[in-house]
Ligand binder design. Structure first.
Ligand SMILES: Cc1cc2nc3c(=O)[nH]c(=O)nc-3n(C[C@H](O)[C@H](O)[C@H](O)COP(=O)(O)O)c2cc1C
Length: 363
């Protein structure tokens, strides 16, 4: 590729050139036929913007409040496992990039760096911890305690992965996590002195987790608890009833159950069900500032990006991830300006409509 990357697709191409086939397949791939993986991106483009003219807007700001504190843009970094597969700094580089861009990084339970190290590397950054719940409550508690003790500000419980999805790209390439690249916080929480494989880790997770467990966790935790992996109004209502401070409309980037709704299609019903009682975030397929604006117009408080940040990290380490975040902020700022909106919260459902059917099918 020639020249500097000017959009997320360019970062993806550079990352694809750099990474070996197995690692690329692990990050890029989805479940089974990847119907949802593709639909996540396509679904934002089934909406069209309704911009307003002569709105008298001179200065546009992109900052918003999320869970009571400011971020420079309504774009947060989603939890993504094993970031040292693409860059030697891994999660540390990602945390520094998010801090430099003025936004939140959500650290995965399956991170290759412990919460304390991430906090020490980016002390000024805002951090949330993504939690997988284990059959052994002591392990879950130890993971949470480490995050709380390291200054993380929220716990994001992922509920769409009682088992790993069927990732056929990994089956074809024969990809497995290289020996020696472990998940140190899980290892510490288990109290073992050897690496635990991803298969072992998934086998130790609790597939029987229920709303009652979620409620107990939320009531015992000093931090706000968000539920990640919600796709229906029914579950959004249950999440609020059981004490969640927020929901993340997500299908795990199309990596878990294939053929579920794209997140852009699930978002409106979740927003309508929550009715402002909790924070609503969304991830999956966000690749442009216009995608972010559509999500906000549909009622999301902010979006998260998974692969785009990873492509930045793979292409240029911490600096690359920061540039991806800044690129999306710039695209959002331009979109807001051209929509006649002075700030993200000026966007409303009046700014979007479904794309005419003919344009959806002609691409
Ligand atoms: C390689 C990879 C690993 C992921 N690991 C996790 C994880 O450990 N925990 C989690 O809750 N979500 C995980 N996700 C899902 C992301 O948090 C997020 O929902 C998804 O990537 C959003 O879609 P996008 O990649 O299209 O932005 C992972 C996604 C990818 C691509």
């Amino acid at each position: 590729m020639t020249g500097e990357p000017i959009n997320i697709a360019d970062f993806e191409r550079i990352a694809a050139e750099k990474l070996d086939a197995g690692v690329l397949g692990y990050f890029a791939g989805g479940a089974c036929d990847e119907v949802t993986l593709g639909d996540n991106v396509a679904a934002w483009r089934r909406w069209r913007l309704r911009p307003r003219m002569l709105a008298g807007v001179e200065e546009v700001r992109t900052g918003v409040e999320v869970l009571g504190a400011e971020v420079s843009m309504p774009v947060l970094v989603a939890p993504v496992a094993y970031q040292r597969l693409v860059d030697t700094d891994g999660e540390v580089g990602m945390a520094r990039a998010a801090a430099a861009a003025g936004t939140v990084m959500c650290l995965s339970t399956l991170a290759t760096t412990r919460p304390g190290e991430v906090a020490a590397a980016a002390p000024d950054g805002r951090r949330w911890f993504q939690l997988y719940c284990f059959r052994d409550e002591g392990v879950t508690r130890a993971l949470m305690d480490e995050a709380v003790g390291s200054g993380f500000e929220a716990i994001v419980v992922t509920v769409d992965a009682p088992r790993g999805g069927r990732r056929e790209r990994d089956l074809r390439t024969g990809f497995s996590i290289p020996e020696g690249l472990g998940v140190p916080s899980v290892r510490a929480a288990l109290g073992v002195d050897r690496e635990v494989t991803i298969e072992e880790t998934f086998a130790l997770m609790d597939p029987t987790l229920s709303w009652r467990d979620l409620e107990r966790l939320a009531s015992e935790c000093d931090l706000p608890v968000l539920v990640k992996g919600i796709l229906t109004a029914e579950d959004a209502e249950l999440a609020v009833q059981h004490g969640a401070a927020g929901v993340v409309v997500s299908n795990h980037g199309g990596r878990q159950l294939d053929c579920v709704l794209a997140t852009a299609d699930a978002l409106p019903e979740v927003v309508d069900a929550v009715q402002g009682r909790a924070t609503v975030l969304v991830d999956g397929g966000i690749r442009r500032g216009t995608d972010i604006a559509i999500a906000l117009a549909l009622g999301a408080d902010a979006v998260l990006i998974g692969r785009p940040a990873l492509w930045g990290l793979a292409a240029g380490g911490e600096e690359g991830a920061r540039r991806v975040l800044e690129l999306l902020r710039d695209e959002l700022e331009l979109t807001l300006t051209l929509c006649g909106c002075a700030a993200p919260d000026a966007l409303s459902r009046a700014h979007v409509q479904r794309a005419p059917v003919a344009s959806v099918y002609s691409g």
